[in-house]
Design a protein around this ligand. Structure first.
Ligand SMILES: CC(C)(COP(=O)(O)OP(=O)(O)OC[C@H]1O[C@@H](n2cnc3c(N)ncnc32)[C@H](O)[C@@H]1OP(=O)(O)O)[C@@H](O)C(=O)NCCC(=O)NCCS
Length: 165
């Protein structure tokens, strides 16, 4: 990506709900997502989630939101059964913008937030057949630590993973 076309990475705000929904909708259309993709879901589940540590997005120079990454705190009864106090990460990049380094740039920012928060580890729960997701998180330094319900859970242990993805 040239400097001119490189997206800006910043915090997601409420006004970005439609843009995040656009990313999720594109993933549904590409057969890469089955969960909700509407703006209300983006708002409650990512932008305004009470467990949010950080939700970062990538914006193209033309204002189009290309992708985002959510980092949340695992609290009691979290839906993934992740250890309380760990981070829970999710990454969503428009298929048209995949493999351009956006996921890597977003994780660099999330990792800073995880360090500031003092998280011991970050969980990524990925569909067992999602080879894009599995490859991406492996490249970011996550390693498999358990399996559940058709999913593979990878962990990034702070201080032991790739420190400069
Ligand atoms: C998986 C996903 C997050 C990757 O994001 P991305 O912006 O395309 O990733 P990057 O371009 O920053 O890639 C960083 C590295 O991850 C690895 N990687 C990324 N996509 C990969 C793929 N499809 N297969 C194997 N490795 C991959 C590579 O090592 C890559 O580095 P390289 O391009 O220099 O070889 C993105 O494709 C996506 O949103 N997919 C749909 C939703 C999803 O699966 N989310 C994650 C699981 S819940």
């Amino acid at each position: 990506m040239s400097t001119l076309t490189r997206p800006i990475i910043r915090d997601a705000v409420e006004a970005d709900a439609d843009g995040l929904s656009g990313v999720l909708t594109a993933l549904v259309a590409a057969g890469k997502r089955t969960k909700p993709a509407d703006s209300a879901f983006a708002l409650t589940h990512y932008i305004c989630d009470p467990e949010r540590i950080q939700c970062s997005l990538a914006v193209a120079p033309d204002g189009q939101i290309l992708g985002f990454q959510s980092l949340k705190l695992a609290t009691r009864n979290n839906p993934y059964g992740v250890a309380v106090g760990w981070g829970i990460i999710g990454t969503h990049i428009k298929p048209s913008a995949a493999r351009c380094g956006i996921g890597r740039a977003l994780f660099k920012r999330s990792l800073q937030a995880a360090r500031q928060q003092g998280l011991p580890a970050i969980d990524a729960t990925i569909g067992a057949n999602n080879f894009d997701g599995l490859g991406y998180y492996e490249a970011m330094g996550f390693r498999e630590y358990r399996q559940m319900d058709g999913a593979i859970c990878k962990v990034f242990r702070m201080g032991t993973g790739v420190t400069n993805p």
